[in-house]
Write a new protein. Sequence first.
Length: 205
Amino acid sequence: MISFVPSEMADPAPYRLLTSIVAPRPIAWVSTISAEGVPNLAPYSFFNAVAGFPPTLMFSVAYRRKEPREKDTLRNVKQVDEFVCHVVDEALADAMIRTAVEVPYGVNEFETAHLKTIASVDVRPPRIAEAAIAMECKVTQITPIEGATNVMVLGRVVRFHVREDLYRAEMGLVDTMRMKPITRLGGAVEYTKIGELFHLELPQD
């Protein structure tokens, strides 16, 4: 067994080790809008569901290493406290990675990734027209992580959009295998697809 102490590791070694251990990680593909009405779209793999009642999501935004340090997503949710979280599926993987590139503030990533937009119902940021899943969210908390270079954004889901062929109405579930989400592994270019499905039953005694 090898042991590591994060404070004794050279940057960015702790980050690289952590992201290869906590894997696979779902990807939040987050659309926001500025106070001036300019849309933004970016992926975040520090992401998960954190509450079911009411349904609440979390994603974490890291500060840039260069100026301006605050990313467009964070700036936008501070100005307009709403966002849309999309699931990245296999068909949209190439478009997603185009939106991971840092561009100047005010550039519309929907356009650079050649994605169509559709108006949301209950929030101001637009949705990705091609996305199979989109969740319209209202920001409930923006919390800096103490001692870290990340800010956690919590949002309450106010509307789910689910492609009809994915919805299993009898159980109220999405067919995850058919949805074909991609997830993030360690390293800059490592992603994975859904693998084998198996079931585990809770013990009855």
